[in-house]
Design a protein around this ligand. Sequence first.
Ligand code: UD1
Length: 361
Amino acid sequence: MKIASIVGARPQFMKAAALSNELRKHFDEILIHTGQHYDWEMSGVFFSELNIPKPSYNLGIGSGTHAEQTGNMLIALEKVLAKEKPDAVLVYGDTNSTIAGALAAAKLHIPVIHVEAGMRSFNKKMPEEINRIATDAIADLFLCSTKTAVEHLRREGKTENVHLAGDVMIDALKKNKQIANAKSKILQQLKLKPKSYVLATVHRAENTDEKEKLSSIIDAMVLSRERIIFDLHPRTLNCLEKYGLLGKLKNSANITITKGLGPIDFLKLQMHAKKILTDSGGIQKEAYALGVPCITLRNETEWVESVNAKWNLLVGADKKKIISALRNFSPRTKRTNLYGSGNSANKICAIIAKWWKSHEK
Ligand code: UD1
């Protein structure tokens, strides 16, 4: 069986790091990189540090409006898929690369495997929510990270070929923890003691694209006086410059800005943070798995289990709530394996093999 896996953005590289090598033990896999993320810090460093197989294609699509980016991916992907003729296309998560890959494949009558199927935030203003709903509407095999995701699909009338497989990001975390501990010198470089700092990331359009919201988040970080390591996404850096907020951050003694940290340094910072402040989806799960309290800069999340377990607090972009959480949020409840135990890649390969056998009949 030949599988074409499509990646394009940072979280997909993390997932491919866990799954690609495992897939290659059982199937003939090729990787197609759409080029959605293209800077070394956003793409190359992940392939280099995480030992991800080299993509057979990099389509070099780059940035643009949603229509431009997705449309250009569709055109380029159609050509590659028509040439490569895979038996199935595998897509991850909810980015523009996900929907473009799924749509290009479905129109060529190639079955679509969706890893991280069934996630919903029920907020259609998020581009990712549209991508999730649309991808699940045309996918053929649904690999869910959580029971909640399985339940969402059931409510939408999908029960066939739906499997609870756990989360491949937890596999990657398990594998990379030792590497990060052994190789990363980031704590020494930034002169940090374990559990003495908060690690922050902000990149979602809903937080970066409105000056008021981004100002509120920055003000909260500054006013909290907590020691914060703020790792900047290029979109966030652009917006901070555009709104004249970068100076405020740079002049604030409690905040250190990092740009372009590789995944291994970033993981080391995650593991030893006393709290994490983020609007990322993947980092919420990783924080839970690592036992680091997570303060989420959103009003809703797809990863509701960590909120219900009281290890993840939703604060939106509300200045007072962020400051209070930075100072006081302190979960005490016992954690469980909400997102799988780190053997998801294995499970996924077995599910695909069985599905393909019945598909071929
Ligand atoms: C995308 C995903 C988001 C995911 C995130 C991970 C969609 C709709 N969103 O958001 O779900 O959480 O990736 O990072 O697919 N840029 C660079 N260099 C790069 C890539 C981007 O400078 O290598 C800048 C460009 O100004 C670009 C902006 O970042 O316009 C946004 O990039 P884009 O890929 O469109 O969206 P993300 O915010 O990264």
